[in-house]
Design a protein around this ligand. Structure first.
Ligand code: COA
Ligand code: MG
Length: 326
């Protein structure tokens, strides 16, 4: 282990995160009653420019009036290159003090972007004598953001999570896409010929690097890594496949752009009973080995290494958190 200690962001369930346009008030209650872990009320790209002032008012009223059933609630502000962003922060945080959990910064490009938002939130929290401290979610969705990702991830003590915004990212790096967050038929590998001259073509994941890079930046700063949207909400199998690959690469949740994707994300990123059972047995075996003064831990005739013990501890912690929520 390095001597450097990684400060961990406050822990929250973040298996699913539902996008709810701030202009569609009829969706707010539905989101609050859904099974989603995190709701982000959007002021950015799902809201037309003319609708932004009203969307802000809708969100302030909803934060004050709606029972969010213990869910984490976030607001996605507009980009810092627009003239909407300052008012998004000032109006929402002053209009609904101590209600919001997180602020989501879209298209974050540099550590200074995070610094600027932190500064403004800190002033508002001080002025309103807020008791709740707002956390930050950052969407990595540009070449600049990806180039500066480590500095962004470490830019504020408010930072909680990094999110992969695949659609804007593709546009920014001039990549080719078919469906938002899906694979591309031209991104694959053609195998060498076998003895009969036959070749296979396998589709590969064009977002592998971006997600892995994001996971490294998040984890090395104690943050959650969350995969972004999958556009075709009629394709449950497609969503599940992309969510599973994000899980395998180290993400702990995925966005839902439609309520039908919430259950899928909760399922993929949820805890599997068998895994939790095994993790508890590993921790028991470790405690037993310690009691007996043994250095090495064995379970079912196999040596358990330190990394597996760490993973087991994380899993059991998550299970306890999920249990607390239920
Ligand atoms: N949050 C909560 N409820 C939602 C919802 C959301 N984001 N999207 C849809 N619903 C509700 C609908 O009101 C409907 O409820 P009902 O059964 O009581 O009538 C039900 O879920 C089914 O919705 P459906 O009719 O299939 O969808 P729609 O045509 O109303 O809306 C979208 C489809 C994609 C426009 C809508 O889901 C949406 O705006 N999603 C968020 C998109 C977004 O914010 N993108 C930016 C981030 S990438
Ligand atoms: Mg975007």
């Amino acid at each position: 282990m390095s001597f450097q200690e990684i400060r961990q962001a406050p822990s929250r369930l973040n298996r699913s995160e539902l996008a709810v346009p701030g202009s569609r008030v009829e969706l707010f209650e539905k989101a609050a009653k859904s099974a989603v872990d995190v709701i982000f009320l959007d002021l950015e790209d799902a809201v037309a420019p003319d609708a932004k002032p009203q969307a802000r008012k809708n969100i302030i009223q909803a934060l004050n009036d709606i029972d969010w059933n213990g869910k984490t609630v976030s607001v996605r502000i507009n980009g810092l290159d627009t003239h909407y962003a300052y008012r998004d922060l000032v109006d929402v945080l002053e209009g609904a003090p101590d209600k919001l959990d997180l602020v989501m910064i879209p298209k974050v490009g540099t550590a200074a972007d995070v610094y600027a938002v932190d500064m403004l939130i800190t002033q508002i929290e001080t002025a309103t004598k807020a008791k709740k401290r707002i956390g930050l979610e950052m969407i990595i969705e540009s070449a600049l953001g990806m180039a500066n990702i480590d500095a962004i991830a470490g830019a504020s003590k408010r930072n909680e999570s990094l999110h992969f915004g695949v659609a804007d990212y593709a546009a920014s790096i001039k990549a080719k896409t078919v469906d938002i967050g899906g694979p591309h038929p031209d991104y694959g590998v053609l195998t060498a010929k076998d003895d009969s001259g036959k070749r296979d073509y396998f589709w590969a994941d064009p977002w592998h690097y971006a997600i892995s890079r994001l996971v490294v930046a998040a984890r090395s700063n104690g943050l959650r890594a969350v995969d972004g949207p999958f556009g075709d909400f009629s394709d449950a199998d497609g969503f599940r496949a992309q969510a599973n690959r994000a899980l395998v690469l180290g993400c702990e949740g995925k966005w839902a752009i439609h309520p039908s994707q919430v259950g899928l994300a909760n399922d993929v990123f949820g805890l599997k009973e068998e895994e939790v059972k095994k993790a508890r047995r590993i921790i028991e075996a470790m405690a037993q080995a310690q009691k007996e003064g043994k250095g090495a831990v064995a379970l079912d005739g196999k040596l358990i290494d330190n990394a597996s013990i760490k993973q087991a501890q994380v899993l059991v912690q998550m299970a306890e958190r999920a249990g607390l929520k239920a």
